[in-house]
Design a protein around this ligand. Structure first.
Ligand SMILES: C[S@@+](CC[C@H](N)C(=O)[O-])C[C@H]1O[C@@H](n2cnc3c(N)ncnc32)[C@H](O)[C@@H]1O
Length: 279
């Protein structure tokens, strides 16, 4: 077995340190929890966008059972488990971090789980019809690593297959200059295009960064809006009234702000290569 190159060891250590810190500070638990309203809304929007993209590709719950699906950067496997619910049989999840893969494997035996780096997948060429990736490429800071990862996805994709790419997208045209110490690099659409030369893309913008919607939620629930509503005399007595519509606010804000391309938004992109009829 070949030894792991230094670059991969360093990248793995960097990410392990990032996730260990997020876990210590409780950020991982909150930012992956459906009890967090902005995560709940984002997840629903994402599921809707993915299902619409699959439908446009002619995939329904019956066709799903005949397609091989791979997720790279699957984390603790929640999307792979969701794809199982959608009808995909024995999907495969790959992640760089061992503890993520172990947790994923402990939660479902119905999928294949592999610890590997996206730049060297231990998988045969042309073996998947659909490759899903969510918020993984934005956590790779090195341009060359992103390029090699994208080439690996192309290698293991079957002719006629599609890559479903979900990630934070930076709306500016120019690639983003990282804030010092930032551990993510939201890609622009142009950066994504350069990773897949010759491919066709269709884009769906479906939600804003939960950090933004979370701030808006707390502003709505505790701050300005509530105080303003309480200025109206008869509203004061109906304390329960503002809370009910407020709980739905992140959803509408995410929709409205995302469609305006405001702030850091989530994009879903379907990447496929045109296969000529005579090819
Ligand atoms: C932000 S998490 C997203 C997890 C999951 N896809 C989701 O959307 O909930 C990014 C995941 O990508 C993994 N990752 C980052 N770089 C990777 C690489 N080079 N190869 C494989 N996985 C990687 C990380 O370990 C982490 O679990």
């Amino acid at each position: 077995m070949s030894a792991e190159p230094d670059r991969l060891i360093q990248e793995r250590r960097r990410l392990e340190a990032v996730y260990a810190k997020r876990e210590r500070e409780g950020i991982e638990a909150v930012s992956n929890s459906l009890f967090t309203p902005e995560i709940f809304f984002l997840e629903q929007e994402m599921q809707r966008a993915i299902l619409q993209a699959l439908k446009r590709m002619g995939i329904n719950s019956i066709a799903a059972g005949q397609r091989d699906l791979l997720e790279v950067g699957c984390g603790r496997g929640r999307w792979v488990r969701w794809f199982l619910d959608c009808g995909f049989r024995r999907p495969t999840g790959v992640d760089l971090i061992e503890s993520h893969i172990k947790e994923a494997a402990s939660l479902s035996r119905a999928a294949n789980w592999i610890r590997a780096d996206v730049t060297c997948l231990p998988l045969p060429s042309e073996s998947f019809d659909i490759i899903f990736t969510s918020r993984m490429f934005s956590s790779i800071l090195d341009v060359e690593t992103r390029r090699q990862g994208a080439a690996e996805l192309r290698r293991v994709l079957r002719p006629g297959g599609s890559i479903l790419w979900v990630d934070l997208c930076h709306p500016a045209k120019d690639p983003r200059v990282e804030q010092p110490g930032s551990w993510v690099h939201p890609l622009t659409r142009d950066e994504v295009r350069t990773l897949f030369p010759g491919a066709e893309f269709s884009w769906t913008r479906f939600g804003i960064d939960p950090v933004w919607s979370g701030r808006l939620t707390s502003l709505a629930n505790r701050g300005l809006f509530r105080s303003l509503v309480h200025q109206v005399p008869f509203m004061k007595k109906r304390i329960a009234w503002p809370r009910i519509p407020m709980a739905r606010f992140p959803y509408f804000w995410m929709q409205a702000l995302a469609s305006l391309g405001f702030g850091r938004v989530y994009d879903l992109s379907v990447v496929r290569w045109h296969v000529r009829a005579d090819a």
